[in-house]
Design a protein around this ligand. Sequence first.
Ligand code: CP
Ligand code: NVA
Length: 301
Amino acid sequence: MLSTTHLLDIDDLSTEDVHAVLDRAAALKAGEDDAGLSQQTLAMIFEKPSTRTRISFETGMTQLGGHALFLGPNDIQLGHGEPIKDTARALSRYVDAIMARLFDHAAAEELAEYADVPVINGLTDDAHPCQTLADLLTIRERFGGFDDTVAWVGDGNNVGQSFALGCALVGVDLVVATPDGYGLSESVLDRASELGDAPEIADTPEDAVAEADVVYTDVFVSMGQEDERAEKLAAFDGYQVNDDLLAHATPEAKVMHCLPAHRGEEITDEVIESDRAIVWDQAENRLHAQKGLLVELLAES
Ligand code: CP
Ligand code: NVA
């Protein structure tokens, strides 16, 4: 039983909640837990495209004995002007939970305010808590706990912000290198400080990776930022995760990326195809982490 009804960002969960979700995820992954969600339905609203989030939630609900509904922008009246609060109340009369991938984080908050069922954020412009759960599961599997150091190199975006809060919740040391104007928000830095340790801010990507067990990056141009492309690519010059940057890290350091990757921008093909990359474990763990989350949120025992 979690201490929250909704997951709008990772710090809706307590530290104990995060460990409960990860423990449940690991047990489900190992086939040691037969918890199920028979007869339960998850509505999945998507304003933006998705491969991993859509397929892992849909497959996860099937594996748990339930059902998931894919609701793209042209599938429901939300995409044609029906208010989010009306969508929330109508869906709540049919389904057991709602997962939503939206542009505006405030819209996810409004969805949760009006829904009578749990709302899970499947990515907004500000946050991606389900990615963080998979990332923490991947780190725990790989390193046996959370005593390691992670360097976040690149954009202080949705994925980086939720990850920073997740690190603060479980005690991962995080060092961040972001260009001027693209850092983590003040809100995230304040919330991370309240939860545990705020991330250390490095002067350069080279400084950030020096002591890292993991180097983590995400795209420079996120969904919805296509008009800022030229400006952002210029600002992120020198922040690519490539062999030159990794020469400043230890030979054992691993590389994470939430995917999809834009090879040649934030990361090179050589790095993502190298033995350092653990991106496919991250992608797989979206399935297990979300099954753990769904069971903890929705199962009766
Ligand atoms: N990492 C992630 O959320 O991927 P998708 O956009 O494919 O869902
Ligand atoms: N920051 C990226 C993450 C995609 C999963 C985006 O918002 O497009």
